[in-house]
Design a protein around this ligand. Structure first.
Ligand SMILES: Nc1ncnc2c1ncn2[C@@H]1O[C@H](COP(=O)(O)OP(=O)(O)OP(=O)(O)O)[C@@H](O)[C@H]1O
Length: 262
């Protein structure tokens, strides 16, 4: 029997923002080499949960362990791909300069220059994301899909053990998203992947685990989106995950839930 090694352990996390409870009693374990999707409606707390895991926001109560340590201690093992819109693409740097900036967490001093190891890691990350041909182009001069790949290459340059991505397919078309998910599936051989998205119609068939967040967390520790997860997390009809989408991971379901409730 294979043993699972937890890399992220969230226990009884509560967090309020501006007097509103955003995360309520969240407990979640993500094991090594999982491709874990965190889904949920807009404003449901997905990004906030990701930031708690990354140690960017402290919960009001509860604990977060990353590879047995605190998120702060283990920061160098976490690769973070924030939402696309948080990047300033007018910054006058090339794709290669952007990608190698993902090595900053590995510098032992802010005054140290990038080493050959840093350059090699950036080169490898650009190869993985298939953007080597763009390396000398200014980042303001490439397409949205290419920018998205550059952001992910930047995270990969840090050689993370866990890659956390926030809405990575929002600005890419369907064929690009499919290629992108193929790359993520390959990356899973060497790292754990945590992907946040509200767009459950575009989930990869290779996702191994799905958790649903809407203040509280609903999960079944596998890759099924079940009636009770949807009923718990989505306050309104969810036809968007329904029919005609290839590779869907929704099992037989109760029309009362999927047809529009509440
Ligand atoms: N810094 C903050 N101050 C006040 N409220 C906040 C802050 N950050 C998040 N919130 C609120 O917390 C809730 C959850 O936000 P969050 O961004 O985590 O949701 P999400 O599920 O990622 O949404 P989306 O799919 O729209 O990106 C929202 O109601 C949001 O307005």
């Amino acid at each position: 029997m294979s043993t699972k090694t937890p890399v992220i352990e969230v226990e009884h996390v509560n967090l309020g923002q501006n007097g509103h409870l955003v995360l309520e009693d969240i407990s979640l374990t993500i094991n090594e080499h999982e491709f874990h999707a965190i889904i949920g409606p807009n404003g449901g707390g997905k990004t906030t949960l990701l930031k708690v895991i990354l140690g960017l926001i402290r919960p009001d109560s509860g604990t977060v362990r990353v590879m047995g340590g605190t998120p702060h201690e283990m920061r160098v093992h976490l690769g973070y791909v924030p939402q696309f819109r948080t990047f300033d693409f007018q910054f006058p740097i090339s794709v290669q300069e952007m990608v190698i900036s993902g090595r900053l967490g590995h510098l032992t001093s802010p005054f140290r220059r990038f080493s050959q190891e840093d350059t090699d890691a950036a080169t490898e990350a650009m190869e993985t994301m298939q953007i080597t041909h763009l390396k000398d182009r200014p980042i303001h001069d490439i397409s949205g899909g290419e920018r998205q790949r550059a952001i992910i290459a930047r995270a990969l340059a840090g050689k993370p053990s866990v890659l956390l991505l926030d809405e990575p397919t929002v600005y890419v078309d369907s064929p690009t998203a499919v290629r992108f998910y193929d790359i993520l599936s390959q990356l899973r051989e060497t790292m754990t992947i945590v992907l946040v998205t509200h767009d459950i119609s575009a989930l990869s068939p290779d996702v191994t685990n799905i958790s649903c967040v809407n203040c509280r967390l609903f999960t079944h520790h596998d890759n099924q989106i079940t009636d009770d997860m949807i009923a718990g997390a989505y306050p309104c009809p969810v036809e968007l995950i329904a029919h005609g989408v290839p590779h869907r991971v929704v099992p037989d379901h109760d029309n009362r839930v999927f047809g529009g409730r509440k």
